[in-house]
Ligand binder design. Sequence first.
Ligand code: C5P
Length: 220
Amino acid sequence: AGRGTLAGRHVLVTSGPTREPIDPARFLSNRSSGKQGHAIAAAAARAGARVTLVSGPVEIADPNGVATRRVETAQQMLEAVEAALPADVFIGAAAVADWRVEPSADKIKKGASRAPPTLVLRENPDILASVAQRREGRPALVVGFAAETRDVLLHAQEKLARKGCDLIVANDVGAGVFGADSNEVHLVSRAGVASWPRLDKTEVAARLIAHIAETLGETP
Ligand code: C5P
């Protein structure tokens, strides 16, 4: 067994955006860079955990000492997460696309005489909620993220209850967080709220992992 506060633990992290194909050439996605989720996976590895990272398409490198699985769509991310369970800790830092399109096998053509196509959106599976609500093999600690542009704490508390997770890391994304190197977060749990100052994403990751190790230590 290794050393560190998370030695002997399996930590499963999702990171980055998902990408939902529209046709062979086009997709729907979002601005997630994967920086925060990847930093969390790296911090967990430094704390001695065995770490599995399920990452959407990102431009940053796979973290050292972490088993990284690359996926594209939300459905693939869910399958990779289920394949990686059981875990002691699940941290859902990915910006999973809320909707997918039933993709067209051929590239959708535009034409002077043709009306623009209508995209029919279907709801994607909620990976965080499905892990948090597992009857068997639920991780001891399930952590979600909440990116909000207003009423950050209110939405985080609502999300904690609705998804059934133990901790929500909430941030205000109105303030240029996407792709940035720093982040200002609030930790929302049933015990209350802890607000941290603006920190480097690597420092947010280190503190979050320290907090998780402490919480796990209190769990019998
Ligand atoms: O309310 P919202 O869906 O934005 O909550 C964000 C949290 O839920 C994040 O932790 C994100 O990783 C997770 N999530 C998920 N699957 C989805 C949507 C969000 O795991 N389909």
